[in-house]
Design a protein around this ligand. Sequence first.
Ligand SMILES: Cc1ncc(COP(=O)(O)O)c(C=O)c1O
Length: 418
Amino acid sequence: MTGFYRQHGALVCDGVPLDAIAAAHGTPLYVYSAPTIAERYRAIDRAFDGYPHAIHYALKANSTLAITRLLRSLGSHADANSAGEIDVAMRAGFIPAQIVFTGVGKTNAELVYAIDLGVRSINVESEGEIRRIDRLSRERNVRTRIAIRVNPDVDAKTHPHISTGLKINKFGIPIGDVRALCARAGALPNVEIVGLHAHVGSQITSMEPLAHAARALVDLARELAADGTPIEHLDIGGGLGVSYDGSPVPGARDYANAVLPILRESGLSIVLEPGRHIIAPAGALLTRVVDVKPGGGADAAPDRLFVVMDAGMTELLRPMMYNAFHRIEPVVASGATPIACDVVGPLCESSDTLGKDRMLPGPQVGDLYAVLDAGAYGSVMASNYNRRLLPAEVMVDNGQATLIRRRQTLEDVLALEI
Ligand SMILES: Cc1ncc(COP(=O)(O)O)c(C=O)c1O
């Protein structure tokens, strides 16, 4: 067993007690399990075994350098969404041919960076972007590889904030426009259309939208080939979800079973851009109770107990941004009777709630809690709101907990200010 589980009643990460890690590094603290990352990466790789594929881990989910390096060592390639993520990928040892560059608003400076490096492909979002890449490439006397991000108008059946494949979303080029666009883009001398790309959303737990997107790409590739624009690869994006509440959800094998038979028809190599599925369950946020107070007023029977943590929306934005559910568990199980609590953060926002109506065993000031499955879109979305400091991060590997990012200091923050 890898990751977060109980040993003699206490939560551990790969056998290392979380209370010892918190005592050594303080809270709020992100803890990651290296074996879990490896296991989940390999599960996807195995599921697509036997068909030409490359896993380009989506750095946006979590790009802490040590995690990025670990994925590279496992054989992953990278999906970068900004010049900053390309830079992190390069620092982690990826070569440009292992990087795809996605993103709905790439600036000229970012495009130039990617063009000069010669990344595997720039996943383009509009005709305007293609024309900018062509012009910038001509100025440099190079030909740049692009993949067309297609908007297939597929309902990913996920939270509206992470649904990206509907025509009302800002992402990609409407599928009906792609053939005409490719005919025009094919005439541009300094771009080469090498791929088609679709990413229809995140935290997808029904395989149907992913299969639908795969079908759309395969059919479009066939039409483009008939039009005289043969392409090299199909990039089916990321999106495979995880279980945040412990209920069963499709895994890597189900994903491959849903999309591979369709993609196989094309004979083209495939690019996968998973983020969340690899890293979410591999991380937990450790946080301590700083206050416990009854709500509802002193003269009335308290209608709820507020458990105020030292972590909130500055450390983990998902509950506030997407109404996302994360399990919140005491690190050391107490025998106390569970009571209904609202687990809240310390910030000056009513939305700063990590979990509503949770049954926690008699929470006391100082108790240590773990917010589970927080590895994806957790630390990368942390902020300095209320002048709070970015949390430290620790990776557990070989029974050893190692600091991989130190806690930010106020000096770090103020160093930017004049
Ligand atoms: C283009 C693209 N690729 C990949 C991903 C990764 O998605 P996920 O973490 O759901 O696998 C995203 C995330 O939104 C994305 O926008």
